[in-house]
Design a binder for this molecule. Structure first.
Ligand SMILES: [Zn+2]
Length: 357
């Protein structure tokens, strides 16, 4: 959700020849189609679901967000290429976020399709299925980031937890654990664990076709949010950067992202993402020069989005995401020995201090 060196004009996707979010089942390669599905908030515009013909039925990479308009569109686009929901034999879901997982959860149960999800997402599903939780588990993460005010903003409403809808958050049939090949009948994909964006994130490499189904791990025009996970990971940015290096060690593949256009090179985009985070780490460290700061205070001193917006001009949701992502950068500075963290019961959150160099 932060800056990018890729011009917006590249949001034209080569498979469709039009804006990547345009409706349709766009042929990416033999037996592989991209179907962008709408999201209820327009920040990300759409989520790409990839349909892979695979001998024993269809494999869908990600499912989309389970809202009626997306479900109808998925059904219509599948019909365009000669299929229906009953032809789906399997969902490989890159991560637990609702724009990827919930439609797989619903359609998997209705049509008997097998659903796979990374084992690292189990703690998040446990929380989402916990009826005794009194508030969204993200609020505690915001408070440790020093964003008590934003937590209050996120907590408006009647106390109902809109995420508590058990049909959307069923447990998968298979927990993906460790890197391994998955046989799809007439082809196979390599499941590669890429923690960072979420702890259980997986990408799927189809090296025969030269393609990487990248989920939210490598996005072509924006940077994946980091730190927007519950329960919070210790080093989400450190995990993310190590997982980028892991994808860099695979062959250079065509990038099939969950959000944005198909792009020619996973390696080129990984290099840009690594550079972006090194720049943000340096900027976060520089913001500590004048004294101890919470993540929220550092976030307020950094530019946000590719348009370099000021923090205070962002909407409440984006400010919360920005505070959590900044905390991930500060936590990595601590792990690298460049800063220290003072954790207290202080409602103002964790304070970070630069280590003199
Ligand atoms: Zn996503």
């Amino acid at each position: 959700m932060t800056s990018s060196s890729t011009p917006t004009a590249r949001a034209i996707s080569p498979d469709s020849g039009t804006h990547w979010s345009a409706e349709g089942a766009w042929r990416v390669a033999d037996g592989i189609h991209r179907i962008p599905l709408p999201l209820p908030m327009d920040g990300l515009k759409a989520v790409n679901v990839y349909v892979v013909e695979s001998g024993d039925g269809l494999t869908l990479i990600d499912g989309g967000w389970a809202i009626p308009v997306a479900r109808e569109l998925l059904e219509r686009c599948l019909r365009e290429v000669g299929y229906g929901f009953g032809d789906i034999s399997r969902f490989l879901v890159t991560h637990v976020h609702r724009d990827h997982y919930t439609m797989a959860s619903v359609l998997g149960a209705e049509h008997g399709a097998h659903v796979s999800l990374g084992a690292g997402e189990k703690p998040a599903l446990d929380l989402l299925n916990d009826p005794d939780l009194e508030e969204s588990p993200f609020l505690a993460v915001l408070r440790t980031a020093g964003a008590q005010d934003i937590a209050e903003e996120w907590n408006v409403g009647d106390g109902e937890r809109p995420d508590l809808d058990l049909g959307l958050w069923r447990y998968p049939d298979t927990w993906l654990d460790g890197d391994h090949d998955i046989d799809l009948g007439t082809r196979s994909v390599r499941a590669v664990h890429t923690p960072g964006h979420t702890p259980g994130h997986f990408v799927f490499a189809e090296t025969g076709a030269g393609m990487l189904f990248a989920g939210d791990h490598v996005l072509p025009t924006i940077t994946p949010s980091i730190g927007f996970t519950v329960p919070p990971a210790d080093q989400p940015l450190g995990d993310f950067m190590a997982s980028l290096a892991k994808v860099r060690a695979l062959p250079d593949l065509q990038l099939l992202p969950a959000h944005g256009p198909v792009a020619p090179s996973t390696h080129a985009r990984v290099d840009e993402l690594l550079e972006h985070h090194e720049e943000r780490l340096a900027a976060s460290l520089a913001a500590l020069a004048t004294g101890p700061r919470t993540a929220r205070q550092v976030a307020a001193e950094l530019p946000w989005t590719r348009h370099e917006h000021q923090f205070e001009t962002l909407d409440g949701f984006s400010r919360g995401m920005a505070a959590m992502e900044t905390k991930a950068h500060l936590d990595l500075l601590v792990a690298r020995g460049q800063a220290t963290a003072t954790v207290s019961e202080d409602p103002d959150g964790v304070r970070f201090t630069a280590v003199p160099s």
